[in-house]
Design a protein around this ligand. Sequence first.
Ligand code: 4NP
Length: 142
Amino acid sequence: MMVCLGNICRSPLAEGILQSKISDEHFVDSAGTGDWHVGQAPDKRSIQVARNYGVDISGQRARQFKPSDFKEFDLILAMDDSNYDNLLKMAETEEEKNKVRLILTPGEIVPDPYWGDERDFENVFQILDEATEKIAAEYNLK
Ligand code: 4NP
């Protein structure tokens, strides 16, 4: 489960890129900690940069992270420290807390490209491409 703030820029990309690298046996999803964009398709710039690399995320629709996701998913990956803190606050048990980690190493974040331009989305794509490669290897998802 990939989590960012709005579920329209970063986490839809993270979902699409990871799913494109691994088998369909593994279900990848994404959500936002906020609810402003619920029901919306990903940001056009995320759809475009993914398309440039052969990944189609246009069918995704934003949703808000919900408490039952802690039970549904084995691994919950936050894009930045704020997403991470919000998830830890929502977690009710140690088991739930232990499922949450940053998608990058501590101290490194996936920068929010929402107020940026195409170059920021390209940068996010590259960061997530590398990060999801490591996740797929670490958790034997291929
Ligand atoms: P995301 O980007 O968290 O990567 O989906 C954002 C999208 C929308 C907003 C902030 C970040 N917003 O403030 O509406």
